[in-house]
Design a protein around this ligand. Structure first.
Ligand SMILES: Cc1cc2nc3c(=O)[nH]c(=O)nc-3n(C[C@H](O)[C@H](O)[C@H](O)COP(=O)(O)OP(=O)(O)OC[C@H]3O[C@@H](n4cnc5c(N)ncnc54)[C@H](O)[C@@H]3O)c2cc1C
Length: 313
């Protein structure tokens, strides 16, 4: 019985930071949710108690399920069947365990069925999942794309997509293309308005997309005909239930093999605009990346098990 939370005092230490009180106060907005949800905290100590309990569960799943599965996941890896990704058996088991424990939509508001946790415990959980399997955390960790929907999509879109993420559906962020990696201003995947059906249609290729066959994707695409830079790009939400995107291949990587890095072909794929036209790269991808950076830092961290340094020594 391994618990990656209880065995790691230097990770637990983050919850004792003096700023935690302020962070929780801001996130809980005077603890008003306690009147509506029986699981919402009514004060700071109650909120910390919830953080501790949920992190203990994340630590137990990481130690007892995700870590023991890591080797077989690495050997088996994901594969493509008829244009769809099939995860390794252990990957699906990991995901099922985390979903069952309510560890999707951790930071989303309770009205969409999230836990409304601050980013601190979410990143701590990501650290533990990553210590267990640095490939799998990429799939589970893409839940933070939902923050972009919460921040920039309209209320109708939030209501349709966010509860699905909290219920366990996975996400992807489709930015990179064969000729647009570091330079995202060069993105060419084309978005065309389909006025008859009240939606947009996406055509083109995306590459190196982690969990590219996820249920809900944020797609950066060129919506403004004749433009060549970031000012012609908008952000779209693609729902896998609508079809139109196939997985052409999965990259054969040296590590993190359980994480499917996909090449995707969009053929008239139905999509809806997220936020305003032309702000896709300039505003929304920048915000998305700010959150993703914290997640990636947790993935790549040293996952230390040493106690905090004695500053008086
Ligand atoms: C495992 C993995 C997972 C990924 N997951 C995703 C994902 O989920 N979604 C997504 O959208 N993308 C994803 N990517 C793509 C990733 O964001 C790109 O690989 C990255 O942006 C770099 O782009 P590129 O590979 O085209 O390299 P390039 O942009 O072609 O860069 C090649 C080299 O040139 C250097 N270089 C580039 N421009 C300059 C410059 N102006 N000056 C000096 N040096 C320069 C770079 O530092 C690099 O060393 C993933 C990539 C990997 C490897």
């Amino acid at each position: 019985m391994a618990n990656f939370y209880n065995d790691n005092p230097s990770l637990k230490h983050h919850l004792t930071h003096p700023l935690m009180r302020k962070i929780i106060e801001l996130k809980e907005r005077n603890y008003t949710d306690a009147e509506k949800y029986d699981y919402a905290p009514f004060n700071y100590d109650d909120a910390m108690d919830s953080y501790e309990k949920v992190l203990e569960i994340a630590g137990e799943i990481s130690g007892d399920i995700v870590a023991p599965n890591a080797e077989s996941v690495d050997h088996e890896g994901p594969h493509v069947v008829n244009g769809r990704v099939v995860y390794a058996e252990g990957t699906q088991k990991n995901l099922d365990a985390l979903v069952k424990a309510g560890l999707m939509g951790i930071s989303l508001p309770r009205r969409y069925n999230g836990l409304n946790f601050s980013l601190v415990p979410y990143i701590m959980a990501a650290d533990m999942v990553s210590r267990a399997d640095a490939g799998f955390v990429n799939i589970w960790g893409l839940q933070d794309c939902a923050e972009t929907i919460y921040e920039f999509a309209d209320e109708d879109q939030r209501k349709r997509y966010l509860p699905r993420v909290c219920a366990g559906e996975t996400m992807a962020m489709d930015l990179t293309e064969p000729d647009a990696g570091s330079d995202l201003q060069a993105v060419m995947l084309k978005a065309t308005p389909d006025e008859e059906n009240g939606c947009w249609r996406l055509n083109g290729v995306k590459r190196f997309i982690t969990n590219g066959d996820g249920d809900i994707a944020l797609v950066l695409a060129r919506s403004e005909e004749g433009t060549k830079d970031g000012r012609g790009l908008s952000m779209f939400i693609y729902d896998k239930n609508d079809g139109g995107v196939t997985v052409r291949r999965i990259e054969n990587k040296m590590g993190i093999k359980g994480s499917p890095t996909c090449e995707l072909v969009f053929k008239n794929a139905k999509a809806e605009l997220c936020g305003s036209r032309k702000l896709g790269l300039i505003k929304y991808v920048m915000a998305l990346m700010n959150g993703a950076r914290l997640g990636i830092a947790a993935h790549d961290g040293p996952h230390e098990r040493r106690p905090p340094r004695n500053r008086s020594a």
